[in-house]
Design a protein. Structure first.
Length: 300
């Protein structure tokens, strides 16, 4: 009889766990760095430089795969990838826009409510069926959202929660869209297309909203792009080796890192109601992920 540890290793490879934990750390670093510059520069500018500095590693990943860069671009699912890129770009830009108004841990938790929104969107877009457990988990999760946002409570501005919940909505749309993209487009192609589209669109918006960045700010935004791409690579590696449902609990370690960074850098603290709300969001999202048969993980 195999030992419990051996069974656990077989069910969930340790390198997958290490990859997803490292990925979540990278994304938390991205959020912390992004908040640093989002306090000084427009969200569209932060998003542009995130895409610009993430383009080189995205191209490098595609060149190392089994397909050449030309083959990827010739055979790409233009329509599916464009819809996915636009929705994810909206999620990214709105998240950066909401960061200055909300403690980092709360911001990341609200963004993760996208998993719950997927439950509502999937039957409408993918013709999946609602399940009692899924709807119940979503309701519990949205109760958690209300605790974090606290309507009528101490929110000094509604801009932050509004931007972040809109970000979660667009993030959910991008997750649903992943299932509608042709299976011939692998993760590397998807990341490259999103980065290219995001850079071009946000580049045009700089005409309307631009503030010349300092050398230090450019360095920070370069790190945002590098860590974001690294997180995408590590997440892809993790989901290739293990089911998304089994890895779901590890996804939310980024909230812990975000809360820690927020406390150390900005002195932010999470109130008891916020902590309770985050626990409800995370718990319900994990329950949803564990029960879903979808084996694909979203790419940020």
């Amino acid at each position: 009889m195999p030992s419990p540890s051996a069974t656990l290793t077989t069910a969930l490879p340790l390198n997958s766990v290490a990859s997803i934990l490292a990925s979540m750390f990278c994304f938390a670093v991205v959020d912390a760095l992004a908040k640093t510059v989002a306090l000084q520069y427009p969200a569209n500018e932060v998003t542009f430089f995130r895409m610009l500095f993430g383009l080189v590693p995205a191209v490098a990943i595609c060149c190392r795969g089994r397909l050449s860069l030309t083959e990827r671009l010739v055979n790409i699912d233009i329509k599916g990838q464009t819809v996915r890129a636009l929705t994810l770009l909206g999620a990214s830009g709105l998240f950066f826009a909401g960061l200055p108004y909300v403690p980092l841990g709360e911001a990341v938790a609200l963004a993760y409510s996208e998993t719950l929104i997927v439950i509502l969107l999937a039957p409408l877009i993918l013709k999946e069926r609602w399940t009692g457990s899924g709807v119940a988990a979503a309701l519990v999760g949205f109760c958690g959202v209300l605790l974090v946002v606290r309507p009528g409570g101490s929110q000094s501005s509604w801009w932050g929660p509004t931007f972040l919940l809109l970000s979660a909505f667009f993030g959910a749309l991008s997750i649903v869209q992943i299932k509608r993209i042709r299976s011939t487009d692998d993760s590397a192609t998807t990341v490259l297309f999103f980065t290219l589209v995001g850079m071009i669109i946000t580049g045009f918006t700089l005409v309307f909203n631009w503030r010349t960045p300092s050398v230090g700010a450019l360095l920070i935004m370069a790190l945002v792009g590098a860590f974001a791409t690294a997180g995408q690579i590590l997440m892809t590696v993790a989901f290739r080796q293990a089911d998304a449902g089994k890895l779901a609990p590890y996804n939310y370690t980024s909230i812990v890192w975000a809360a820690l960074f927020g406390y150390v850098v900005w002195g932010e603290t999470l109130r008891p109601l916020s902590l309770a709300g985050i626990a409800l969001i995370v718990g319900s999202a994990i329950a949803v992920a564990a029960s879903r048969k979808d084996k694909e993980g979203p790419l940020a």
